[in-house]
Design a protein around this ligand. Structure first.
Ligand SMILES: C[S@@+](CC[C@H](N)C(=O)[O-])C[C@H]1O[C@@H](n2cnc3c(N)ncnc32)[C@H](O)[C@@H]1O
Length: 548
């Protein structure tokens, strides 16, 4: 099955009203902090039943531990699914479909690690439901249906709280690595008024199977996190609507293995099938030759060198995440590889958009922030310097994501987060600056009237983005880039936060004495947050920051 648009749809349009789930379940780690019925945060001292409503259909016995194939949330969700759909409707085309939803039963059961776990979970559910049926086909299909259709529910901050399965209107939407739509969740208590209201003028979609499109399964359960699908590209009438099931900022090979291990299918979308590879894929795993033409480095040597560089960086990121080694040592190791490459092949560097380099910038921004916090009590000057370099990495990541979004609009979702983070880091730096300096009042009202007017007049999306970037890369912000990257040789290689070609190696720019850095940083922060707002609005239809 697939989902086809019944009419032309513009960018940034919600495709249908918020859908309630058929089933859902919190991850175990949130069971005592969040409502199991609507996923909203509970008061600090939770009531005993841990629901903000009176509904409680969780099993009282603990499910078996079948990790990593099946989590207890999967099993709870399958149990609820069986409870919410009548067995006659669910049985219609067993075991391939369960209540209209694809199960991938044959593929999953063909893999012995899956089949053992699925059978054990099915027996558990059958026992909990005190089923008098001789087989567990229905239970197996419910579990396979959860594995095939469940999506991870994230709150507004991007924290993954649990999983949910929706009816065919959502679940028949296929995956693409260059999707034209994205989805978001509405998490609110059952009678809250925060669920957006929708007008009758929402675009129509059509599933290939009309019978199931209007089936009773849609929103059988009237509580739980709701989902909204939104276009992120223009969609033509008759065109398939697609979303992404995975992290798109990965090169083709990694996306393919991610999809295979999660969903057991091989993606053949335009981006995966492109030959030569799509531009974004070539730079997500690209390298840059510093000293001579890259073609003179043998393919095998290049692959080995890239492998070594990425392993060094991944190791340092793991050390940082596991608290094994102090952040300063991790920064040194990561920056060493980014800037100098590795010893036995000094001519190659990772492309600034290399997927491992993206993780490196995220890690470096956070490591420098920790170093800043650690120095705050005994060395304010050092705390400021660390915060400055951390902000530079956040800004660089936002700039790189802009480059990626220009080539593939579906990266807008990740880019919105990167630009928001960059704006917030710069704001934090500006506040430190004002605390440090003895002169001047803190003026957090620094705005660019030109950009604000353009956005308020609902200009064309591309034009708005271009104007914001143009203003963000003025002479004063070039000087700010030099200021932010002082003492950081890797970032100093790049002309600005959005012009990251390595051609200008060592093109250090003189910092203009006439620029008021504090105002310049605030202005840059304003532009980042405005850019983030536009991206967020495009993907989520709401403003994350108030910049007007
Ligand atoms: C949520 S369902 C999507 C709807 C499904 N095609 C159906 O018929 O109900 C997810 C499953 O659809 C299939 N699927 C989704 N996107 C696909 C793609 N791009 N290529 C191949 N199979 C895909 C896979 O079997 C996947 O596990």
């Amino acid at each position: 099955m697939e989902t086809i648009s019944a009419e032309d749809v513009g960018i940034g349009v919600d495709l249908f009203p918020a859908l309630s789930p058929l089933t859902f379940s919190l991850y175990d780690s949130f069971l005592s902090s969040h409502c199991s019925s609507c996923f909203s945060l509970l008061p600090p001292t939770p009531p005993h039943h841990l629901y903000c409503s009176l509904v409680d259909d969780s099993p009282t016995v603990s499910p078996p531990d079948l990790s990593p194939i099946l989590s207890t949330s999967d099993i709870r969700a399958a149990l609820r699914l069986l409870n919410s759909i009548s067995s006659s409707s669910a049985a219609a085309s067993l075991p391939h479909r369960f209540g209209g939803l694809l199960t991938n039963h044959h593929r999953l059961m063909a893999d012995s690690s899956f089949s053992v776990a699925i059978r054990r979970a099915a027996s558990f559910i059958s026992a909990v439901l005190r089923s008098d049926r001789k087989d567990t086909v229905l239970e197996e299909a419910a579990i396979c249906s959860v594995l095939t259709n469940a999506v991870e529910v994230q709150d507004r901050a991007g924290v993954a709280l649990g999983i949910a399965v929706y009816g065919s209107r959502f679940s028949w939407i296929n995956h693409s690595c260059s999707p034209n739509a994205c989805y978001r969740f509405v998490i609110s208590p059952p009678h809250s008024t925060t669920t957006p209201s929708f007008q009758e003028t929402l675009p129509r979609i059509t599933n290939t199977d009309k019978e199931h499109f209007s089936s009773n399964y849609e929103g059988t359960v009237r509580y739980g996190p709701k989902v909204i699908v939104r276009s992120i590209k223009g969609i033509k009438s008759g065109e398939e609507i697609t979303v992404s099931y995975i992290d798109l900022l990965q090169p083709t090979g990694l996306r393919q293995s991610d999809l295979w291990s999660k969903s057991r299918f091989i993606c053949n979308c335009g981006r995966c099938a492109a030959s030569p590879p799509a531009y974004v894929d070539s730079i997500l795993e690209g390298v840059v030759a510093l000293e001579h033409d890259i073609t003179t480095v043998g393919h095998h040597d290049r692959a080995a060198t890239v492998g070594k560089m990425t392993n060094h960086i991944k190791e340092a990121i793991d050390d940082f995440l596991s608290d094994d080694i102090d952040p300063a040592t991790c920064c040194e190791k990561i920056e060493g590889v980014l800037h100098h490459g590795i010893l036995d092949s000094s001519s190659l560097r990772l492309h600034p958009s290399h997927h491992v380099a993206l993780h490196a910038y995220i890690t470096l921004a956070s490591a420098y922030r920790i170093r800043s916090i650690d120095s705050e009590t005994d060395d304010v000057g050092r705390a400021f310097e660390m915060s400055r370099i951390g902000a530079a990495y956040s800004l660089f990541l936002a700039g790189v994501s802009h480059h990626l979004v220009s080539a593939e609009l579906s990266f807008a979702i990740s880019a919105a987060n990167f630009w928001t983070r960059a704006g917030e880091c710069l704001l934090e730096l500006a506040s430190k600056f004002f605390m440090k300096s003895s002169s001047g009042e803190y003026d957090d009202d620094v705005k660019c009237r030109k950009c604000l007017m353009l956005v308020e007049n609902h200009g064309e999306i591309k034009e708005n983005f271009n104007q914001i970037l143009k203003c963000a890369v003025t002479d004063s912000s070039q000087a700010t880039w030099s200021f932010l990257t002082r003492g950081c040789p890797f970032l100093q290689n790049f002309k600005s936060s959005i012009d990251f070609s390595l051609k200008g190696t060592n093109c250090k720019r003189e910092e203009s004495k006439s620029v008021d850095q504090r105002v310049s940083i605030l202005l840059l922060s304003f532009h980042c947050l405005l850019y983030a707002d536009l991206l967020t609005d495009l993907c989520y239809g709401r403003k994350s920051h108030s910049v007007s």
